[in-house]
Design a protein. Structure first.
Length: 320
């Protein structure tokens, strides 16, 4: 079996359905991991859910002029970041006041500093906001190198990634402070490279032999799980290798189910909006709902918001 089942760029352009399916699986795992905050399900989701998105981004990467790519990333990623952050801050002011509580940000103008720093300074409904600036910065740095070395299988990449990997583990041991999620950028770079390299490798059936046991070791919590926001990567190499194994297997599954995976692909297309809004839904509704219903609402409400944004003139430019 030698087909390129993880092909990222279709001939003549266009959109590959399996990419949206993979994103959909990933974002459902992210939401489930935030609904169930302890136990086996939570550990299984945390063993791979954030690495999957970095790997998928690397798999989709192609070298581009560094200056233009950087400007486009800053504009296209930080605009929705700021828009959703402001929207949720305003929502929290209203909801907590109506409940008779105190908003998370209530010390003005003192709270402007943690809002600007983002990352580890954001909690509650804002806790996921570390991810997008981290991914953006990692993609900018990755593209700078990719423009020079366009083949991720070039041995110079491996030589570069070794010290980056050491920095990733060392930084997490030294501090938990992470402005804009930048503490996680070194490991994000390694995952982007791994995803780009995987895209260049032909799938072989023998790959199941190492991938399945590695994946199961993470999913069953035989290996310590990950907390990428805090730069906690479990056991060195093994935990992150397990996350890669699970992600690569899910990419294969996504290819297989893409022809009839319309609903999960729809969630995948809305994954950015789900990423930004699901924690707020969980935060405000968790006292009133059982966890399975909370999972449904944390997916459906952001999905509805996604289609509303697409329907309102001008909203796409701001929020997407």
């Amino acid at each position: 079996m030698e087909n390129r089942g993880h092909e990222a760029h279709p001939p003549g352009g266009g959109r590959l359905e399996w990419i949206d399916v993979a994103r959909g699986i990933g974002i459902v795992a992210v939401v489930a991991g935030h609904v169930w905050t302890r136990g086996g399900l939570r550990d299984a989701m945390y063993s791979f859910h954030m690495p999957l998105f970095f790997l998928l981004s690397g798999l989709l990467s192609r070298p581009q002029p560094a200056g233009r790519f950087t400007r486009r990333q800053l504009a296209s990623q930080m605009r929705p970041y700021a828009a959703f952050l402001i929207l949720l801050i305003l929502t929290d002011q209203v909801v907590e006041t109506m409940k008779g509580g105190r908003p998370i940000f209530h010390d003005w103008p003192g709270d402007l500093a943690p809002i600007a720093l983002g990352g580890s300074w954001l909690r509650g409904p804002f806790t996921i906001f570390w991810f997008v600036p981290c991914l953006m910065m990692a993609r900018i740095l990755f593209n700078m190198v990719l423009a020079r070395w366009p083949d991720p299988l070039d041995r110079r990449w491996a030589l570069l990634m070794l010290p980056v990997l050491l920095i990733a583990y060392g930084a997490g041991q030294c501090t938990s402070l992470s402005p804009l999620g930048l503490l996680t950028v070194p490991m994000a770079l390694v995952l982007l490279w791994a995803g780009a390299a995987w895209q260049r490798v032909d799938w072989r059936s023998w790959m199941l032999a190492p991938l399945v046991p590695l994946s199961l070791a993470g999913l069953t919590a035989l290996l310590p799980t990950l907390n990428m926001k805090a730069a906690d990567y479990g056991w060195p190499l093994l935990s992150i290798a397990s996350a890669m194994a699970t992600s690569f297997l899910l990419f294969r599954l996504s290819v297989r189910i893409a022809p009839f995976g319309g609903w999960i692909a729809a969630i995948g297309r809305a994954s950015l909006v789900v990423m930004y809004l699901h924690v707020a839904v969980i935060h405000y509704l968790s006292p009133y709902m059982a966890k399975p219903w909370l999972l449904v609402q944390a997916l459906l409400i952001p999905l509805a918001a996604y289609y509303l944004i697409r329907a309102v003139p001008g909203a796409q430019r701001i929020f997407l």
